[in-house]
Write a protein that binds this ligand. Sequence first.
Ligand SMILES: *[C@@H]1O[C@H](CO)[C@@H](O)[C@H](O)[C@H]1NC(C)=O
Ligand SMILES: *[C@@H]1O[C@H](CO)[C@@H](O)[C@H](O)[C@H]1NC(C)=O
Ligand SMILES: *[C@@H]1O[C@H](CO)[C@@H](O)[C@H](O)[C@H]1NC(C)=O
Ligand SMILES: *[C@@H]1O[C@H](CO)[C@@H](O)[C@H](O)[C@H]1NC(C)=O
Ligand SMILES: *[C@@H]1O[C@H](CO)[C@@H](O)[C@H](O)[C@H]1NC(C)=O
Ligand SMILES: *[C@@H]1O[C@H](CO)[C@@H](O)[C@H](O)[C@H]1NC(C)=O
Length: 404
Amino acid sequence: MQRTYYTVFALIISISFALADNLSANSWSSDDDTLPEVLPKKMRDKSDDEIQKAVFQAFENQLKVISEYTGHMLDPESPYGFFKDEMPITNARTSNPQSDLIFYNNAIRGFIAHNKNTITIKWVPNQVVTELGWKDMSVRGRYTFMNASYFDQGKYHIQLQDVKYLASTTLSENTESYPSTVPKSSISYKSVKVSFTGGLPEILKTSDSSNVKHFIEDIVFQQVADRVVRDTHNNITVAIRQVIKPYVIIKNDTDKNFPGTNGKLSSGNVGYSISNTVISGFANAEHKLKKVTTKMATNTVTADVRTTIHNLDGKFDFKLEESKPTVGKATFTVSRIDVNISFNMLKPVECKAEVVVNQPNVKYGTKLSADIEKNLSNAFFDNVKIQLSTDICKALGQIIKPGK
Ligand SMILES: *[C@@H]1O[C@H](CO)[C@@H](O)[C@H](O)[C@H]1NC(C)=O
Ligand SMILES: *[C@@H]1O[C@H](CO)[C@@H](O)[C@H](O)[C@H]1NC(C)=O
Ligand SMILES: *[C@@H]1O[C@H](CO)[C@@H](O)[C@H](O)[C@H]1NC(C)=O
Ligand SMILES: *[C@@H]1O[C@H](CO)[C@@H](O)[C@H](O)[C@H]1NC(C)=O
Ligand SMILES: *[C@@H]1O[C@H](CO)[C@@H](O)[C@H](O)[C@H]1NC(C)=O
Ligand SMILES: *[C@@H]1O[C@H](CO)[C@@H](O)[C@H](O)[C@H]1NC(C)=O
C-alpha cells in the first residue's frame, strides 16, 4: 500500500497530470486537452504569456475542486439523479394580432429514452458541459383556437425529432453555484409535426404559426431546460467526484500509516527508532497556486504551489537503545506545516519542495533527560520534513507523464 501521508501533497498539486484512463465508459469524461500540462502543447503557436494564463487558470480550477473534496471522500456517495419520463407543462395562452391559441392539460413525454447522455469536465474554463439527446419527444394536451371568424377545440399532438440539450455549469462550486435555470436555447431540435383533432391544419414548420412557435420554443423549451438542469445535478456531482477522486488520496483527516524512522541521536551513541506514527489534521489544509512561469523556448512551465496545514496533532512510539533500552510513547502538536513546491510541468524531474514545521511540541509519557527529549523530537520532525520534501517530488515524477 502507498504511504498516503506524503503522497497526498504530491497528488494534490499534480492533480492535472494523470487524468483517468477511461471515464467515458461511464458517460462522463475529462477533456484532457484542457489539462494544465497538456495546454502548452495544444497552444504551441501562442505566446508564453497566453500559455501561462491558460495553464494558471486550468491548474487553479483543479486545486479548487480538490480543496472542495479533500476530506469528504468518505462522505456517502451522492446518489444518481433520474428522469421521470413525463413532465407537465403549464397552461399557456399564446396570442398574436390575428388569433389566440390556448394550450392546456399539457404534458411532455420521452425523457427516459435518451440516446445520448454525456458529462464533460473542462478544467479551463471551469466548466461542466452536459449533453443529452432524444430521438423523439412528444407533447400532448388540449387546445382552444379562436380568431375573428373561427373557433376550434380539441386535442393536439406535438412530435419533436432529434431533440438536444446542451448546457454548461461551473466545475468548481458545483453545489453552491449550480443554476436553477439555463437558457431555453439549451434545447434544440431538428424537426417538428403538430397535429390537431379539430379543424386546424397540421403544422410542419413553426414559422407557419407564431402561436405554436412561441409555445414550443419559449414556453415548453424553457420548462424542459430547467427540468433537465435540475435532474442532471446529482450525476454531475458524481462525475466531478469520480474525476477528482484519484487525486484526493487522503480521504480521512487522520493518517495512521505515516512512515517511521531510526538512527542515532546527535551525540552518535544512542540509537533510536520511531514507529506507529498517527497524524491528524489534514482536513485543515489550504492549497494555493502562486505562480506559473512559462518559457516554451526552454521547455519550461514552472508551477509554484503553496500548501499550508494548520493544527496537526498525533502520537508515536519510540525506542532508545541505551545500556538499558527505553520504550515509550509520545504525543505531539504542530501549529502549522508550510510546504512550498516548485516544479516544471513539462519535465517533472525539475522539482523542489521545501517544508517548514512551525511550533512543534512533544509530550513524552516516559521520563527522559531534557537533552534526549530535545534530540528525539528533532529526529521525529526531521523525518516528517524529509518524508514530505523528498517524496513530493518523487511522486510527482511518477504521476506526470512528460511527453504525453
Ligand atoms: C476507452 O473508451 C474508448 C471510447 O469509449 C474505447 O474505444 C476504448 O477501448 C476504451 N479503453 C479502455 C482501456 O477501456
Ligand atoms: C444518471 O446516471 C445514471 C447512471 O449512469 C443513469 O442511469 C441516469 O439516467 C442518469 N440520470 C440523468 C438525469 O442523467
Ligand atoms: C382564422 O383561422 C382560420 C384557421 O387558421 C383561418 O382559416 C382563417 O383565415 C382565420 N381568419 C381570420 C379572419 O384570420
Ligand atoms: C478512514 O477512517 C476510517 C475510520 O477511522 C477507517 O475505517 C478507514 O479505513 C480510513 N480510510 C482511509 C483511507 O484511511
Ligand atoms: C543532543 O544534541 C546535541 C547537539 O546536537 C548533542 O551535543 C548531544 O550530545 C545530543 N544528546 C544526545 C543524548 O544524543
Ligand atoms: C514559501 O515561499 C514564501 C514566499 O516566497 C516564503 O515567504 C516562505 O518562507 C516559503 N516557505 C517555505 C516553507 O519555504
